[in-house]
Design a protein around this ligand. Structure first.
Ligand code: 26Q
Length: 810
């Protein structure tokens, strides 16, 4: 069906009538938005049905991406673009007196994720649909996404993110597909005529109701499904007899109610680790997801022994790792497979992605909590572990230290990463360096034991959201210059290389960047009353606030620049606007202090007439997907300055590069691959290498006091944190000061300071050379195609999932 403008207009008018009994001009922006969303969902319906039909009859394989987080952002614009209806819609609405941009602004971000891991899952959904991979998302429909950030008096204040308060235009509640998830109770085994039966009693039952969102591929007929589960009470089936009166009331008091499970997304926060509700969330969506997959599978009338030939389950970090044991449970207890058959199928179905090298971040659950909440699952984990430890013991000739190091259950904890590794056929890191570190450091025992399971899948980003849709003018220029093949074949961006030295093209890209900066400056002025200079260098540092990401290094450098300017007000420097955006986990004290420090420094510097026109600081409140889409196209400089070895990959780095920013970077995560792609002339590197960092940790020879005592710049700045220079109580930043000195600067901020100053001098020097800078920028854009998640997904499909594309015909 080809939809033209007039048809679109008529359909839209009709939608407004049927949904709200209104005419276009009278409709409120909210109604305009909902009618448009509903119409777009209608347009997705037919290909969605056809995709599902094809997948149902297709004997091929489907992928399920299990993730606690899907940081989707808004969908209106990307759905319009993927349907090929953007221009038509814009014109049709215009003729009705409606501005599409204003309508788009009504949509709440689906902020169901913390950061990189959740956004990666969302990029993967877009790329799976766009490359015709039959792949679906499985997660939780949180009532509240990640908190909204307000800045009050320089401090972060968290506000609930009630993203569903006006409804959700995209989801469809599938009441008839609800399943039951069981918690607690007791389990015993009974012999039933020689067959062992598992009896699970006195459990608490929660109803899992799926809400499906269509994931429309770019200009193809594929519509995959993001299925998010909502927890509800099961009154009719509630086993009241299992609760004594006292327990029941207590259950209520403890907010132990079913609804609590899908109430809120946990922030990535060490304080929240080990919380029972989090484990409930994990099991809840994993169990619901696997049950519904098996139900669908059984409709195909194929043997469960072939399950792994038709289903792949990707475990996004350890959060859904309980899938290994849950799949075993379903196959054995409800489908009557033997242990060996169930294990054969499970280990060929599941695959695990690791997103962190930081040992303290590896998820583990106290055995007592785990066993009480999931008694049957714990039995299965114990048996998996017994068999595995036995193998390790024999392979290493009775070496108990190996067994201890690798045991899934150890020291009173269940180690979820180990469960995922043992129970799956694939373990992947998310960038080359990260995978090497996993193989040779954090998970070296497992690499030695299962070398064939380990593989690298460097992260990617959907170039449609992060270039085509968010930097419209640049995308247009690219298409005018090299044609539009890059949209389906992102590596074709490479054709831009030819134009890197072309002065006319350089000028065009520069004008686009400047216009983006002007538009953003106007937005900031009207929304926050802050004025920034679009001709200054926009130096952007946006990501979660974390010590290892070293926003402090950036801040200390700004303090140093400020001191330089105070000492020499006529200093020759290209004006800079330092732009930050970051949420800190609510209980992460140092991270919150860093936010306060940035804001404190901002008000001091921005109000100091001596620095006027030289440096300015802007802290953007509530950084998230929609804000990222606005700020990234404006960046001249991309700050990717984590302590080498700490950032598994990073994906913001790729988004900036794709929009022509120059990266200032440590050799960490995917920065290494960006460097490999663009060459040393087109990136500004500095700092310790990962091997140097690891060596310092090993030999413990780093002493941050030495840096403080021997570098006057550092000495001055650190003193300024605590001597009243910042016009705050002297204790305000004591925590930061101590982390850098008393606690010996765990992330080598002071060690890398000098190199970072030099790197920024280099940025200043390069920016003055307009042609060189623009050439670097174009080379970055040209080389960024390899970081499209289309490539990443194709590699997962080939190396892990074995899922060829499925062509959907209408
Ligand atoms: C764990 C327990 C309790 C509560 C929350 C959590 C939790 C939640 C989210 C732990 C970790 C996360 C998110 C981690 C994350 O985003 N990691 C990032 O993943 C990106 C995609 O692979 C990488 O690019 C980043 O380098 C990595 O930091």
């Amino acid at each position: 069906m080809v939809i033209d403008k007039n048809m679109f207009k008529m359909d839209y008018i009709e939608k407004l009538q049927t949904m709200f009994a209104e005419e276009a001009v009278d409709a409120s922006p909210l109604h305009q938005y909902y009618a448009l969303g509903a119409l777009i969902k209608d347009y997705c319906a037919k290909p969605w049905i056809e995709s599902n039909k094809e997948y149902a009859k297709n004997k091929g394989k489907q992928v399920y991406y299990f993730s606690m987080e899907f940081l989707v952002g808004r969908l209106l614009n990307s759905n319009l673009v993927n349907l090929g209806l953007k221009d038509i819609c814009e014109q049709a609405l215009h003729e009705l007196g409606i501005n599409l941009i204003e309508v788009e602004d009504i949509e709440a971000d689906a902020g169901l994720g913390n950061g990189g891991l959740g956004r990666l899952a969302a990029c993967f959904l877009d790329s799976m649909a766009s490359t015709q991979v039959p792949g679906h998302g499985c997660g939780i429909r949180y009532k509240y996404g990640l908190f909204k950030q307000k800045i009050e008096n320089g401090y972060q204040v968290e506000v609930p993110d009630n993203w569903l308060k006006n409804g959700n235009a995209w989801e469809i509640r599938k009441e008839n597909k609800a399943v039951e998830v069981r918690f607690g109770g007791s389990v015993h085994l009974e012999d039933d005529k020689g067959i062992t039966k598992v009896i699970h009693e006195n459990y608490e039952c929660v109803r899992a109701v799926p809400y499906d969102t269509p994931i429309k591929g770019y200009k193809n007929n594929t519509v995959n499904t993001l299925r998010l589960w909502s927890a509800e009470t099961m009154e009719e089936d509630f086993d009241f007899s299992s609760f004594s009166q006292g327990n029941y009331v207590k259950a209520g008091e403890n907010k132990y109610s079913a609804e609590a499970i899908s109430q809120i997304l946990y922030p990535d926060d060490s304080y929240e680790k080990g919380k029972l509700l989090r484990l409930k969330q994990e099991y809840f969506f994993v169990s619901a997801g696997l049950q519904s997959i098996i139900k669908n599978y059984k409709k195909k009338k194929i043997s469960l022994l072939d399950f792994h030939k038709h289903v792949a389950v990707q475990i996004n970090d350890t959060h859904p790792a309980v899938a290994v044991a849950e799949l075993m449970r379903i196959l054995m207890d409800t489908e009557n497979l033997s242990w060996d058959d169930a294990w054969y199928v499970t280990t060929r179905t599941t695959a695990y992605t690791n997103h962190t090298i930081m040992a303290e971040a590896l998820e583990k659950w106290p055995v007592d909590i785990f066993k009480k909440l999931l008694p049957r699952i714990y039995m299965i984990v114990e048996e998996i572990n017994r068999r595995f430890c036995n193998e390790v013991y024999h392979r290493y000739n009775g070496d108990w230290s190996k067994v201890n190091n690798m045991s899934i259950i150890y020291d009173g904890y269940v180690r979820m990463a180990y469960l995922a590794i043992v129970g799956g056929h694939s373990v992947n890191g998310v960038a080359k360096l990260h995978t090497e570190l996993l193989k040779h450091q954090e998970l070296s025992d497992f690499y030695e034991f299962f070398p064939e399971k380990f593989n690298n899948q460097t992260n990617g980003i959907t170039h449609r959201r992060w270039l085509l849709n968010s930097n419209v003018e640049l995308a247009k220029l690219i298409t005018e210059t090299i044609g539009d093949s890059w949209i389906k074949t992102p590596n074709d961006l490479n054709k831009l290389i030819k134009y890197a030295k072309d002065s006319a093209f350089q000028e065009k890209t520069q004008i686009i960047k400047t216009n983006n900066k002007i538009n953003f400056s106007n937005h900031v002025l009207s929304k926050y009353g802050a004025s920034i200079d679009p001709s200054s260098i926009f130096d952007v540092h946006v990501k979660r606030m974390h010590s290892y990401k070293r926003q402090t290094l950036n801040v200390l450098h700004i303090m140093y620049l400020y001191n330089q300017i105070l000492a020499n007000p006529n200093i020759d420097m290209v004006p800079r606007t330092f732009i930050f955006g970051a949420k800190a986990s609510p209980s992460y004290y140092i991270a919150k202090q860093t936010i306060k420090l940035i804001n404190t420094l901002a008000s001091k510097i921005n109000n100091d007439p001596i620095v006027r026109g030289k440096i300015k600081i802007l802290f953007l409140e509530n950084y998230g997907v929609s804000l990222a889409e606005k700020i990234i196209p404006c960046a001249d400089v991309s700050e990717q300055i984590s302590t080498a070895s700490k950032e598994a990959s990073g994906t913001g780095n790729m988004k900036f590069m794709m929009n022509g920013a120059i990266t200032i970077a440590t050799l960490d995560g995917a920065n290494v691959e960006i460097f490999d792609a663009v060459g040393k002339e087109n990136i500004v590197l500095f700092g310790l290498t990962s091997q140097e960092v690891i060596e310092y940790y090993r030999n413990k020879t780093y002493n941050s006091y030495y840096m403080y005592n021997n570098d006057l710049r550092i000495n001055t700045i650190l003193n300024q944190l605590v001597n009243g220079f910042l016009e705050t109580p002297k204790t305000e930043f004591a925590g930061l000061y101590e982390s850098l000195l008393t606690n010996n600067d765990e992330y080598f901020v002071l060690k890398d300071f000098d190199a970072y100053v030099n790197a920024h001098n280099e940025i200043d020097r390069l920016f003055r050379q307009k042609a060189i800078w623009q050439q670097m920028s174009i080379i970055n854009i040209a080389k960024s195609g390899i970081f499209s998640s289309d490539n990443t997904i194709k590699k997962y499909a080939k190396e892990i999932w074995d899922t060829p594309p499925v062509n959907i015909k209408l």
